[in-house]
Design a protein. Structure first.
Length: 771
């Protein structure tokens, strides 16, 4: 039977697309890119950086299927994702299978629904070569930076290993953000001050003092004066306030919200979004747009009116469909402008606003359900009216011309707050509003030491926010950048133990002042991004010798130029030439630069060797290498604040085993290595991936890893293990009752060390699963 071939990137979309378009259409996936640009040898620099692409070896079988699939079809529609990578994939398909680039149909949709697909099919466009050139320029720039600078790191810091050091066009500026913040933390020890709370009224409400005293003497004087002071209460005037609804979700905004509210990493968020998109529940998830389509706005408005009432609909809801360019003076659009208009995405939203919940199933788990609920709630709230309040700030006078304050509010109209719930009544508001001006006696005044001006390490959400603010990368790359600097061992998501600070707290009750001397920890943090010694050495070397290349402004300008290329306003190979010239100019003086080491004494230096940071000992004509303790502060090391004994890991210390239980009568030992946690059992070292702090891991958490020794973690659902008859793939999702055991037959290459992305593509294609 004749058919029209629809080519997409992911096989998970095919079933729904064929269902919605009907029997005249058949769908097949490319499984991402089918051609690659492997290294510098594939770039003809002298010929305006002309690239030579090669077939992806792991896609050999899929390429054969695609060739036959296309040959037997009556027509072809390219339906890769609507971004630069998708446009490039569509172009590569044309080149590989001899389809005319200028006339092959390109369809674009941002949600997998029947209406969106039929609309796309009825109004096909053509491949946007400006987008393709921008993608190729980005690809070439990444190779220029990576392949030119990474060998320098191998030469000057650490010899090339399986887990080699690398520099990246966006990866290094991302690492620099973490580094710059660490420098600020090191230079901001904080300042001890007092937070004072006065408890007044029959309700014993806690009023906060608007001043932080410094020092015990100053605090004591204030409290002594408070004993006989006339504390005068005044409620103040009622103010009408509003709280505006949240903005629609861009990619970065969603990643930040998911991190803060659901404790999901950016990568986990994007993985779950991909599943929700392919299942037809949400629109495309890589976007920097904060607008919705006019069609969706109309449906959302009707839904809000029917469910909550006319007054709950955003009064200017139509403006949520206006793009920035729509607000400027309208110019006559060229064909190129129309092409670029096709590229515009909506903000991330549910495809059906009336779908208030989704069920877990074979492909969707609890993580996807929670993320969908977050997206839907934010979308609904963003289309609703402001929440309106009556607010008061009650004040009580205090010694030294200071004031105690207590603020509260009463809902007048909940607006968008009705979606997530709100407190209808505020007892404190009504109580304080009813009080007259009067003198009040304190019940108690408590002053406690706190630390002011204490800098914090970044969360993954905060890093994503900073990447966006500084123009480092684009929405589609934020999660991979956050993941990459951790994967390289430059940064680690970890907890920081607070520093003990001696404190003297005060309490005034009646006319008696009580002092309480104690020691409390300040500056403790959980699940923050901490730069590691390896990352510190790499970034300081790169900033010393290549600072202009990794300057935030330079990186942003490069991204802006890529955007300009995508619009047809800049020449792609000129950007590549400028970057190469910059690299070559900065690399020239490096010939005389010695390998990076930190001297400890005349016989010992700190350096990075094959397996990471170590101490190199050269004594009596012999050279030995000794392991370094964890947690060494390189700034202190450079300043000579450590002795040799402080930093060398002794055998006794190395055997500080954390035995978490027994398995088959043998101890299971938990250790924290350079690349994360692992367990030792019967002489086997097994890497583990567990979202828990080291101290919280139990035997039950690692039991599945002991069933069969794991050679390599692929995803949270798949790993390569050693079996009785050889290595195999262990595959089990949270929804599967029993695992599947997948073979590795006919696999070409080293599955223990090859790029994880290529391995996943081979598994997906060979075993028809979606990792």
């Amino acid at each position: 039977m004749p058919y029209i071939a629809v080519l997409v990137e992911s096989p998970a979309k095919c079933g729904k697309i064929e269902k919605f378009l009907g029997p005249g259409y058949k769908c097949m996936a490319t499984f991402g890119h089918i051609r690659s640009l492997d290294n510098l040898n594939n770039i003809d620099i002298a010929n305006n950086f002309k690239p030579t692409f090669t077939d992806v070896s792991s896609k050999y079988n899929q390429i054969k299927k695609l060739k036959s699939f296309i040959a037997q079809s009556d027509d072809v529609m390219l339906a890769a994702d609507d971004d630069r990578e998708g446009e490039a994939i569509a172009w590569h398909v044309c080149k590989m299978f001899n389809l005319p680039v200028s006339s092959t149909k390109r369809i674009i949709f941002h949600e997998i629904t029947e209406s969106a697909l039929k609309q796309a099919v009825s109004s096909p466009t053509r491949i946007n070569m400006e987008l393709v050139r921008a993608q190729q320029a980005r690809q070439i720039l990444d190779i220029l930076v990576g392949f030119k600078l990474s060998p320098i790191l191998w030469s000057k810091i650490q010899y090339k290993t399986k887990r080699s050091l690398s520099a990246g066009r966006c990866q290094t500026p991302a690492l620099r953000l973490i580094y710059d913040n660490q420098v600020e933390i090191d230079n901001s020890p904080g300042k001890k001050v007092y937070n004072t709370t006065g408890y007044f009224t029959s309700q014993n409400l806690g009023f906060s003092l608007d001043f932080n005293h410094e020092g015990e003497e100053s605090m004591g004087d204030f409290l002594e004066e408070s004993v006989n002071f006339d504390h005068m209460f005044d409620c103040g005037k009622v103010r009408n306030t509003t709280k505006k609804p949240p903005s629609p979700f861009t990619t970065s905004a969603l990643q930040q919200a998911a991190s803060n509210e659901l404790r999901l990493s950016p990568k986990a968020t994007m993985d779950s979004c991909q599943k929700l998109y392919e299942a037809g529940y949400i629109t495309y998830m890589r976007t920097d747009s904060t607008t919705y389509s006019a069609e969706f706005i109309a449906k959302a408005g009707k839904y809000i009116i029917n469910k909550y009432g006319e007054e709950y609909k955003h009064p200017n809801i139509e403006k949520l469909s206006e793009r920035k360019e729509d607000k400027k003076s309208k110019k006559k659009k060229s064909k190129k402008d129309e092409n670029n208009a096709q590229e515009a995405h909506e903000a991330i939203r549910p495809t059906k606003i009336e779908c208030d919940s989704i069920d877990e199933g074979e492909k969707l788990g609890s993580r996807e359900v929670r993320l969908y609920n977050l997206i839907r709630q934010n979308t609904l709230e963003s289309c609703m009216a402001d929440a309106k309040y009556k607010a008061i700030t009650a004040k009580i006078t205090a010694p030294e011309d200071n004031v105690y304050k207590y603020s509260c509010e009463q809902v007048i109209f909940p607006g968008w707050k009705i979606v997530g719930g709100y407190d209808e009544e505020s007892a404190d508001y009504n109580y304080l509003k009813a009080m007259k001006k009067q003198k009040l006696e304190y019940n108690k005044i408590i002053s406690k030491v706190t630390m002011k001006e204490l800098k914090s390490h970044y969360t993954e959400a905060r890093l994503v926010q900073l990447l966006e603010q500084n123009g480092i990368g684009r929405p589609s790359t934020f999660s991979s950048l956050v993941d990459k600097i951790q994967e390289r061992g430059y940064v680690k998501k970890d907890s920081i133990k607070g520093k003990p600070i001696e404190c003297v707290d005060f309490e005034l009750e009646g006319d008696i002042i009580t002092e309480n001397a104690n020691t409390r920890d300040f500056g403790g943090e959980r699940n923050k991004l901490i730069i590691q010694p390896l990352g510190l050495i790499v970034i300081e070397f790169l900033l010393e010798h290549f600072d202009p290349l990794f300057n935030y402004e330079y990186t942003k300008n490069m991204e802006d130029t890529l955007d300009s290329i995508a619009k047809g306003d800049s020449v792609w190979h000129e950007l590549c030439r400028d970057c190469l010239t910059q690299i070559e100019t900065l690399s020239e003086p490096l010939g005389l630069v010695e390998k990076v080491t930190i001297p400890i004494d005349e016989d010992h230096v700190y350096m990075v060797a094959k397996y990471g940071p170590c101490i190199k000992c050269t004594k009596g004509g012999k050279t030995t290498f000794k392991k370094v303790k964890e947690g060494i502060n390189l700034t202190k090391l450079k300043n000579g604040e450590y002795t040799l004994a402080d930093i060398i890991q002794t055998k006794a210390a190395a055997k500080n085993d954390n035995i978490i239980g027994k398995h088959k009568d043998s101890d299971v030992v938990l250790r924290n290595g350079r690349y994360g946690m692992y367990i030792e059992w019967k002489g086997n070292k097994i890497n583990i991936t567990i979202e828990k702090d080291y101290k919280d891991v139990t035997l039950d958490d690692v039991r599945e890893y002991l069933v069969s020794p794991i050679i390599r973690e692929i995803t949270k659902d798949a790993s390569i293990r050693v079996g009785k008859y050889g290595d195999y793939i262990y595959y089990k999702t949270s929804r599967m009752k029993k695992p599947r055991f997948l073979h590795l037959k006919k696999f070409v290459g080293d599955y223990k060390t090859m790029e994880k992305k290529e391995l996943i593509e081979w598994i997906n294609e060979t075993h028809k699963i979606e990792l």
